[in-house]
Design a protein around this ligand. Structure first.
Ligand code: NIG
Ligand code: FE
Length: 409
């Protein structure tokens, strides 16, 4: 199939993983075509020349309007599997209570834990598929999904199994992450270390046996896990073959340095990260993941994305979509707002939600390249810059995944 013509096609390939990017570095193919066979990209180039080289290919014009094609987006940090909602917390927060205060009184994450424990595996599969469908409509085709609202052996496994089942039923790629170390639940008798040991002893062997996740995460924060506890746990989990990522520097500092020093694949949140820690990212392969949805949800400052890029970090942007701190879940809107506040070039913002987000997941996604599976999102516009200029109000017209083209508007 020969798709096109696209007024602009942005393959996002061949760009560096680290550091700042100028818009001039972006390669834009004008009046482009994409040849896809058996769900794989065979060729990208000028539509006119592709018509000559592939005269027998079925031609598919996506729209009679002008269109721009770019790699489907990657959301490398979500908690989109949950039971219940946290609208009550929201009302308390906007009336002035802090996120940590609400957590201390048994609300917050524990509230979602109670509702998620009460949900069946089938109900969770339905929740995931519903939210994944919303993400597909937003042009996102690779989505990380964490556990972390079960916090018991059975309930963590229930969440991970629900993510695995949902993955088999959607065109999106779901990348599961084990976040049993989100919090020690209030009903666990024992220390934080006892709880982490229990996870390793009782949950991890089943995760391995059923291949439920190859990545693990821990929330390093007051009221969650300390730097020392996280260091011990991360090393154990890395020895067991897991890629580690961490929630760090959201309210208090210090976790980012730990994540980098342990070679975590990413360190996420970073709202409190300062210059000394930013420098460490530049010399490492730990991707710095900004979560503007959590800043917007909690009314807090944004991650210092500009400073991180100026220090040569690999920066990704993700939604953190969760029922508490980040209920919006709209990646393009959030990336546009972070970009405006932090002065990111358009290509830096695009890189952060495509191939650099793919790198945070250690997945080769987020580019349009010959030989790769087709994952292409298409907007009805003649200029890719409108996507961020419109701050999320310009929605994708359709997304090509493999051999299928799903039209959303
Ligand atoms: O990334 N910070 C910790 N965990 C999530 C929030 C989870 C929740 O509030 O339910 C986050 O913001
Ligand atoms: Fe998170």
């Amino acid at each position: 199939m020969l798709y096109g013509p696209f007024t602009q096609c942005l393959p996002m390939s061949g760009l560096p993983l680290h550091g700042g990017l100028l818009d001039e570095q972006l390669s834009i193919i004008e009046d482009a075509g994409i040849v896809i066979r058996n769900g794989r990209i065979v060729e990208i180039g000028s539509f006119e020349s592709l018509k000559e080289v592939f005269p027998d290919e079925q031609r598919i014009s996506i729209s009679d309007k002008k269109v721009v094609a770019l790699p489907a987006f990657v959301d490398c940090h979500t908690h989109l599997c949950w039971g219940g909602n946290r609208v009550h917390d929201y009302a308390l927060r906007v009336a002035g209570k802090s996120y940590l205060e609400i957590a201390e009184t048994g609300g917050g994450i524990m509230d979602s834990v109670r509702a998620t424990r009460a949900a069946s595996e089938e109900e969770l599969v339905a929740v995931i598929l519903n939210q994944v469908q919303d993400h597909l409509k937003r042009g996102i085709a690779t989505i990380e999904v964490k556990s972390g609202y079960g916090l018991s052996v059975d309930d963590e496994l229930k969440m991970l199994r629900a993510i695995q089942t949902a993955n088999e039923q959607t065109a999106a790629i779901l990348i599961p992450t084990f976040l049993g170390a989100h919090l020690k639940p209030s009903d666990f008798e024992g220390s934080n270390r006892d709880y982490l040991e229990m996870l390793i002893r009782e949950v991890v062997p089943v995760i391995k046996k059923e291949k439920l996740a190859a990545r693990a995460d821990i929330f390093v924060e007051q009221g969650a896990f300390s730097i020392e506890e996280a260091e011990w746990y991360a090393k154990e989990m890395q020895d067991l073959g897991f890629e580690m990522t961490m929630h760090v520097d959201q309210f208090s500092k210090g976790g980012a340095e730990l994540a980098v020093s342990l070679g975590c694949v990413s360190a996420d949140h970073l709202e409190q990260t300062q210059d000394e820690a930013a420098v460490r990212f530049g010399n490492s392969d730990t991707v710095a993941v900004a979560l503007p949805g959590a800043s917007l949800g909690l009314g807090m400052q944004f991650t210092p994305a500009r400073t991180l890029l100026d220090n040569n970090a690999s920066l990704a942007i993700a939604t953190d979509w969760n029922p508490g701190s980040a209920p919006m879940g709209d990646l393009v809107t959030q990336a546009a707002l972070l970009g405006a506040s932090q002065k990111l070039t358009i290509v830096e913002t695009l890189a952060a939600i495509t191939y650099r987000a793919g790198y945070a997941l250690r997945q080769h996604v987020g580019t349009i390249e010959k030989g790769k599976e087709a994952r292409v999102t298409i907007f009805e516009t003649d200029d890719y810059r409108n996507i961020f200029y419109r701050q999320g109000q310009l929605r994708p017209h359709c997304t090509i995944i493999g051999s299928d083209c799903n039209i959303y508007d």
